[in-house]
Design a protein around this ligand. Sequence first.
Ligand SMILES: Nc1ncnc2c1ncn2[C@@H]1O[C@H](COP(=O)(O)OP(=O)(O)O)[C@@H](O)[C@H]1O
Ligand SMILES: O=P(O)(O)OC[C@H](O)CO
Length: 498
Amino acid sequence: MSRYILALDQGTTSSRAIIVDEGGHILKTAQKEFRQIFPQGGWVEHDAREIWSTQMGVAQEALTAAGLRASDIAAIGITNQRETTVVWDRATGQPIHNAIVWQDRRTAAICDDLIAAGHESLFEQKTGLRLDAYFSGTKIKWLLDHVPEARARAERGELAFGTIDSWLVWNLTGGALHITDASNASRTLLFNIHTGDWDDELLAVLDIPRALLPQARGNSEVYGETAAGLFGARILIAGMAGDQQAATFGQVCLERGMAKNTYGTGCFMLMNTGGAAIRSRHKLLTTLAWQLGGQRTYALEGSVFVAGALVQWLRDGLGIIRSSGEIEALAASVPDSGGVVLVPAFVGLGAPHWDAYARGTILGLTRGSTKAHIARAALEGIAFQSAEVLEAMISDSGVSLTELRVDGGASHNNLLMQFQADILGVPVVRPKITETTALGAAYLAGLAVGYWRSTDELCAQWQVDRVFEPVMSADERVARLARWRKAVGRSLDWEDRA
Ligand SMILES: Nc1ncnc2c1ncn2[C@@H]1O[C@H](COP(=O)(O)OP(=O)(O)O)[C@@H](O)[C@H]1O
Ligand SMILES: O=P(O)(O)OC[C@H](O)CO
């Protein structure tokens, strides 16, 4: 038996490789940021070749730093930023355009047209998603309509579409496998989450040829092995999941009613709803959590587009901090936000508002406002968005949460976590390992090759780092949330429609 699992975590801002041992400990991590491309306001692209080169680079770097060889790795698990869309040439393996990132709003008008044509409930019913530019479907349509010759070539079967999982597997296997997994497929607007297959009716509405699509597989199975020459020896690829579903698995939220919130570029709260695909009454998404041995588990999801990215903006856009970690001390230097409220609707608002035309606002500024108040309002804005999502989730699921498990880069911010617990009125629990996305991918791969025998083994590995208990009074919570809602109202429907 080989001794480790290699998890590849391809995120929105960086590619990471993490080596995990049998006890679920992280032996080595390597990480590399890559370019964010903003060709126009509201557009966000990545160079798919750079995604592949940084991902391969960090995988090799982690192995070398750990002093391991390919033969020491039992399997690779892949997890990825979801929805981001790549279309490439099957013959050359070259992308026909930059990847269109999940945050990209260029297809908002296509969504408006589809809604005006009465298609919204069809998509919602079959995919559990909303007709929003966030998802892959309209991004694929845009590429086919705008890249010269793309539609004709797609119809001839010369092109391949994939989310980042597919793109990585294609490259890892030297073009031998064009596959995706159920969790990633469920984010495309093309996949019927009740039948577990691509849906011809939806493909027809979006005018996307089936020949473009990868084969959709389960989340934990041996798909194939890496191409000769990549790592010295071939390694099995045995687990794949979208990063938020992988984090839910890594947080071992394996029972119905358990939930996690990940604070990365955005904030994504998922609640395991077991075998039931609950249809939200509050604009949450119904999504596939994972498919194991043919058995589908569903989740309710609240997707918030900007969380840690707001902290990056304070760093790179405003220059009021030099590193993301500095925000905590700056925000803690004042007792409160001094009445400042910041709604980070930089790319519109996701759950529960779904307004592609909302834009960021800072309200309540006075002559006494300082950068510390803005920093504090920024952290509070992240937490308020999650509070709105949790309220919707409790109402939809009927489950009263006893705790919220948290992870992701910004979950290291204690001030943010305390405010989150206060504004939710629910304890926030941070585990010792916050790289739960990678851990989830490692678990899925390890289970497929018998590295771990059962999920019971995984549950025993999860350990608490810190619990943040709510201390804010109920009256204050209600008043703060009311003020937040007022501020959100000011940010909605701001950008002119195309
Ligand atoms: N101490 C901190 N306080 C607030 N935000 C932080 C802190 N440390 C990191 N972040 C934010 O977390 C994000 C990175 O988290 P990560 O989980 O790596 O995201 P992703 O997977 O989306 O790339 C960045 O947006 C960064 O600004
Ligand atoms: O890369 P992250 O961690 O911000 O996750 C992005 C999400 O998967 C988008 O749906």
